[in-house]
Design a protein around this ligand. Structure first.
Ligand SMILES: [Fe+2]
Length: 389
C-alpha cells in the first residue's frame, strides 16, 4: 500500500513539474575558419531546426536589413533532429569582418514523414548586446598572430585565469594543441573541461584550431570529439592556410604501444600514423604548401627522440618528410614542461614545447616569427625570435 502511495505521489509530482524551457545551452564557438568560410557550433537542450544569420559588419545595426539564413544541411536536407548544431558559412570574403546571430527553433514532435511540429524560436541577443563578430582569414600576406594552449587536462578555471590578460580580438585564431581533456567521457565533460571557458574567453568571435593530443583519444565519448570541432575534410589532421602561411596540424595518436593494457584493446595508431604520413607526403608536395611564405607545424607529442613508442614512431615517419619541407617552426606540448630545441642536423627546424602552466603568443610578420611563452599573471617566461628566410 505504502509502495503504491509513493508511486502515485511520484507520478503526480512528475506531471506537475514545469516542462523545461527550450534554450541554447552552450556556445556558439567558431572553428574550421578559412579565407571564405567558418563553422559556427552551439547546443540546445532539445532537438531543433537551427540557422545562422550573418552579414558583413559595415557598422550598421543588425536590424538594418533582413539577412540570409544559413542552415546545417546533409545532402540537401536541413537538420532538425539534433541538439548539437554546426552551421557552415560559405562564400565569405577574405580578411573581412562579419557579424552573426544564431537561431534555433524547437522541434516539438516529429513522428512520421516530414510532419514536423515546431515550437518556440530562441536566438542570441543582438539588442541588449552587440552581435557576435569575426574576421575571415586573409587570402595573402604573412602577418598573423595566434595563441597556443595545451595540456589543460580539464582545468578550465586555471585556463581562464591564465588567459585573463589576453586581448583575443587581436589574434587570428587560438590553437588548442592537445590534452585539453584527460579523457572524453560525455558531452557535458567537454563543455566543463574547456569549451565553455573558451566560449566565455574568445571562441564566439576568434576561431579555434583543434589539434588532438593523446589523451583526447581516450574515453567512451572520444570518437565524438570531431563533431564538436568538425573539419571539411572529416579528418583530425589537416593543412590550414592563413594568408600565405601554412599550418600543418598533425595528429599524434597514443604515446605507448597500441597493445598497452591502458588502451583496452582499442588502439590502432600505428596504422593510423602510417596513413597520416601518406597524407603528409602529399600535403607538403602541394602547390599551396610549396608556395607558402612560412610553414608552421603543430604536433602534441614532441619529436625529441624519447624512448616511448609513440614519439619514436612519429619521428621515424614524419621527420624525414618535415626535414625536407622547409618547416620554420614546430610547436608541441605533452611533457608539461617548457622546452626549446634549436634546429640541428637531425631536426632541421626549431621546436618550442609549451608547458601546462603557460600559453604561447606567436606574432608573424614578413621577416620574422616572434614567440612569447607567458605564465600566470601575464609573466613572460621565455622569448624566441626566428628570421623568416
Ligand atoms: Fe599528452
Amino acid at each position: 500500500m505504502k509502495k503504491l502511495l509513493f508511486t502515485l505521489l511520484g507520478l503526480a509530482a512528475a506531471l506537475t513539474l514545469p516542462a523545461q524551457d527550450f534554450k541554447i545551452t552552450h556556445g556558439p564557438w567558431l572553428c574550421d575558419m578559412t579565407e571564405d568560410g567558418v563553422t559556427v557550433l552551439w547546443t540546445t537542450n532539445k532537438p531543433a531546426l537551427s540557422w545562422v544569420e550573418a552579414t558583413e559588419d559595415d557598422g550598421r545595426s543588425f536590424y538594418a536589413a533582413e539577412h540570409t539564413r544559413h542552415y546545417e544541411t546533409v545532402a540537401g536536407r536541413k537538420q532538425a533532429h539534433k541538439t548539437l548544431h554546426a552551421v557552415r558559412l560559405n562564400n565569405l570574403r577574405p580578411g573581412t569582418k562579419y557579424c552573426y546571430r544564431i537561431f534555433s527553433q524547437e522541434v516539438l514532435e516529429w513522428k512520421h514523414g516530414d510532419n514536423v511540429l515546431y515550437g518556440r524560436t530562441v536566438a542570441s541577443n543582438v539588442y541588449k548586446r552587440a552581435p557576435f563578430r569575426f574576421r575571415t582569414f586573409p587570402a595573402t600576406g604573412t602577418d598573423c598572430s595566434f595563441v597556443i594552449l595545451n595540456d589543460i587536462h580539464g582545468r578550465a578555471d586555471d585556463m581562464t585565469e591564465l588567459c585573463r590578460e589576453i586581448n583575443f580580438g587581436k589574434h587570428d585564431f587560438v590553437m588548442l594543441n592537445g590534452d585539453m581533456s584527460n579523457s572524453i567521457e560525455n558531452e557535458e565533460q567537454l563543455f566543463r573541461d574547456f569549451i565553455d571557458a573558451s566560449v566565455n574567453l574568445y571562441a564566439s568571435e576568434t576561431p579555434i584550431l583543434y589539434n588532438r593530443g593523446n589523451h583526447e583519444t581516450r574515453g567512451v565519448f572520444a570518437d565524438r570529439l570531431h563533431d564538436y570541432f568538425p573539419t571539411r575534410s572529416g579528418r583530425h589532421y589537416q593543412l590550414c592556410k592563413v594568408g600565405s602561411v601554412c599550418f600543418l596540424l598533425l595528429d599524434c595518436g597514443e604515446d605507448k604501444p597500441d597493445t598497452d593494457i591502458e588502451y583496452g584493446g582499442l588502439a590502432d595508431y600505428d596504422a593510423y600514423r602510417r596513413e597520416e604520413c601518406e597524407w603528409l607526403r602529399r600535403a607538403v608536395a602541394s602547390e599551396t604548401f610549396r608556395n607558402a611564405s612560412a610553414r608552421v607545424v603543430f604536433l602534441h607529442i614532441p619529436l625529441d627522440g624519447g624512448t616511448w613508442h609513440g614519439s619514436n614512431h612519429l619521428r621515424n615517419l614524419f621527420l624525414p618528410i618535415l626535414n625536407e619541407a622547409g618547416i620554420n617552426i614546430m610547436f608541441s606540448g605533452h611533457t608539461h614542461r617548457y622546452g626549446f630545441h634549436p634546429a640541428n642536423d637531425e631536426v632541421r627546424f626549431p621546436v618550442v614545447v609549451n608547458g601546462n602552466q603557460s600559453y604561447i603568443r606567436c606574432d608573424m610578420t614578413g621577416d620574422r616569427i616572434a614567440i612569447r611563452i607567458v605564465g600566470p599573471g601575464g609573466r613572460v617566461a621565455h622569448t624566441h625570435e626566428f628570421p623568416l628566410r
